[in-house]
Design a protein around this ligand. Sequence first.
Ligand code: ADP
Length: 304
Amino acid sequence: MTDPDSRTDNQATDGGQESLASNDLEGSDPTTEPLVDSSIDVGDSTGPSGDEGESRTVIGSRDLDVFYDDVQALQSVDIEIPAEQVTAIIGPSGCGKSTFLRCINRMNDLVDAARVDGELLFEGKNVYDDDVDPVVLRRKIGMVFQTPNPFPKSIYDNVTYGLDVQGVDGDYDEIVENALRRAALWDEVKDQLDSSGLDLSGGQQQRLCIARAIAPDPDVILMDEPASALDPVATSKIEDLIEDLAEEYTVIIVTHNMQQAARISDKTAVFLTGGELVEFDDTEKIFENPEHDRVEDYITGKFG
Ligand code: ADP
């Protein structure tokens, strides 16, 4: 599910431009039109922002279809994902969970066979519009993969990698410390920042990758089965961390582990065979009293 080629792209640069939109996708002359424009009334187009107590929508999709050549992987997906909560995406293998996640920051652009129809909205802006620069988009929407993938560099350089190549100004020492603190790794590595990231344990490597994703200060963090390669203790630390991250970021996590979804998420989206989003609701509702029999059958292990 993890595209080995995607690591480099996810860390790619935009030359430090703050604009998230570009008429020139080669990146030579970005326009000043931002993808996230404070003048856009997100509430009109996407969110349940009129409802007291409801979070605004950060990521939405409308009638989203994805095909790999002539195989349809997602069918007419409509969803509104709230800010600063954990949303879990669950469903049987092959139902399109990773495909949906990869649509959000346009990682599917890297798959030649992939074709996307419909809209994927980030703060009300369709990320598939021609004027959106996917590299800039990925600074706002970071990603953590199934297998920890630190670079063969020092811990410090792993965290600053994205900033370095983007030419981002700032106090790197402070950014590194903040990112490692937010990733719950600082206390374990503060005296060995020059050591290789590859010398860390698997769980520490995954937290380093989370620190790397946090360093450019994204709004959304996508996670594709981030704990499935880890032992139970490391998994538990990652789960605690994910809940903490949702105080500042919108976290969207694909997991095949239903207990994990029930433990850490606020909202759960259930995709079923054929790439259909069958139900999306509060996690408690999904696990205790789902609307659809098919969801109940899946949750209770009758299939999948
Ligand atoms: P999940 O994450 O739920 O296991 P995926 O999103 O990986 O599901 O896959 C959904 C469907 O799309 C499957 O039928 C899978 O075979 C197909 N698919 C996924 N990636 C590719 C690809 N790169 N090329 C062709 N088909 C793909």
